[in-house]
Write a protein of this length. Structure first.
Length: 200
């Protein structure tokens, strides 16, 4: 591969990542709805999918980098939530568990690519893993930090309340991401697999 070709691919990779971060941000901030059964949180119309696409097209390393940049942008947008922390542990914990780590793990959505010999199974498993890891981050944040800041009025333990609160929006978020991701994969297979990149 020539230096010029390598530079073109790097530029394409960064440009696509920037565009997908923009789309994911719009979906995450403006295309949302409240789940009527949930204690809180909001559900998006597949805001994770643009990041999943990058992880599949360009690999896990680029997926993690792109998701991390998205997480930092989300941290800036939600910085007011971080300021609720009453000490350094809580501030850092909120920043990491509710933003940086929680969204960066979306970059792992392509980790199963080529493992099961069925792209749809691999994609579904990757989305499920990313959502499960994100849920775990929010769960521990709710249990260890937010419950200490604002104990719930439902009489539930911190762990149970966090499980219900975060599960209430993460379960539909996961199902929507799975459905949209699998539906998009069929008409966009060559883009998910990066087959068009090889022609550059």
């Amino acid at each position: 591969m020539t230096t010029r070709t390598r530079t073109s691919l790097n530029t394409q990779r960064l440009l696509e990542s920037a565009i997908m971060i923009g789309i994911a941000t719009v979906l995450n901030e403006f295309v949302t709805f409240k789940a009527p059964w949930a204690f809180g949180g909001s559900v998006t119309l597949g805001s994770m999918i643009p990041l999943v696409l990058i992880a599949w097209r360009w690999g896990t390393a680029q997926g993690l980098f792109t998701a991390m940049v998205f997480s930092l942008l989300q941290l800036l947008i939600g910085v007011q939530n971080v300021t609720y922390g009453q000490n350094a542990f809580q501030v850092i914990g909120i920043a990491l568990l509710d933003y940086v780590v929680a969204y960066t793990v979306i970059g792992l959505a392509g980790i199963f690519r080529g493992r099961f010999k069925n792209n749809l199974v691999e994609l579904g498993a990757g989305i499920l893993l990313a959502c499960a890891l994100r849920f775990i981050c929010h769960f521990f944040s709710g249990w260890l930090i937010w419950d200490a800041l604002w104990p719930n009025s439902e009489g539930l333990t911190g762990a149970m309340y966090s499980l219900i609160y975060n599960g209430g929006y993460m379960l539909p978020e996961t199902l929507i991401a799975m459905v949209i991701g699998l539906l998009l994969f069929v008409p966009m297979k060559r883009y998910f697999l990066g087959e068009d990149i090889k022609q550059v």
